[in-house]
Design a protein around this ligand. Sequence first.
Ligand SMILES: [Cu+2]
Length: 422
Amino acid sequence: MGLKKLISMSAISLLIGATASAIPSRLFAEEAKPAETWVLSQEEQELANVTNGDVLGDRGKDGVWEYHLYTTDGYLEMTNGELVWVFGYTHAKGSFKNVGEVKTKEEVERLLEPVKVPSDPVHLFVGEKARITLHNTGMHYANEHSGVNHVAHTIHFHGLDLTPAVDGVPSLPVDPVLEHMSFTYVITPQYEGSFMAHCHVDSFNHILAGMYFPLIIHQDRTKTAYGYKYDRDYTLFVSELSSTANEQLQESGVVHGLQDWKADYFLINGRTFTDNLFHPRSTINDPRSRIVAYEDETVLIRFMAIGADHVFAFHPHGYHMEVIALDGRKLKSSYEKDTLCIASGERIDVLVRIPHFASQKKCLSCNLGAGITIMHDHNLRGMVSTGKYPMGALTIFDVKSRTKPEQAETPVKGKPYNPLEH
Ligand SMILES: [Cu+2]
């Protein structure tokens, strides 16, 4: 829920004589989706259609999209309770607005969202110019003598065919962004599709420490991708994380024995599954990662991957996936897979067509219909984080029937959410 949207909602409520307190409190929950209780402008509604409720950048006076990204460090909570130190990109609280140069730990905590891995998606549109400004706030939770302090960063727009001036490779020809400095990348996307962005300074350490995010480029304001219509879309960014390597960067700035780098976490959108179905940090309790759809709907999944050597092999139970695009380009003809390998840097777009149980069921065991099925990494290394199974890259399809009353999306207060009860 963007701050801008909340402000515009409040303003609209005041205009019609209501107060901001009339906004249902559930709208502030993480699960909140655009609802019917307020009016969006036509452009806001069109944008909301394609960004799935993600916060968007602002438009400058000249109509150019403006995003301000800030680099910083912080902690990622895992489902086993471990807090893993990471560094990456973040943005102002509730928006991508410019809040000036942020230098101190106090300013970071007051002005910026906590760092996430991956950081929030950036949505752009074909042919619409964007100014993306990177601010380097420095490190705030690293050992004061660590060599990781004061390092420079960049943004490399992975998959966009750009000139070197905005390609984010340090000093080729533009210098990287030094601590407490900023740089604005001006780009105009040429192709729609699923891309990603990451730092390109000391890439092995900076990327794997957490410096990456999805970059989604839309052709227009409709729910289409590469000409295919969809009803819902999810971005599943899968990645490897080494808490040991990150701790060494935090302490000393040097990862010992880089050739032996090994992930101990295998993540979907920065989370693992765990056998505690109620865990709030589990993939299945994350609205970005739990795939919710109704029968008869078409779901677009944008897979993206970052890692050192693991190839994820995604396998949904109950469905085949129609692969429609690879690395941000539409395939001349689509093909079907039930186990989809994806390696670091790749993006694969698939459609999952949810069947209608009642009309398409041909036998007792055919077609699932409404209910829960799992999708997991079938390269089973990715199902073991910190030596524990099933802690890894697994999420669920939560398919609902239109013939039954809709279940509450949020857990009943005081009772942990159990997806198996649905
Ligand atoms: Cu960097």
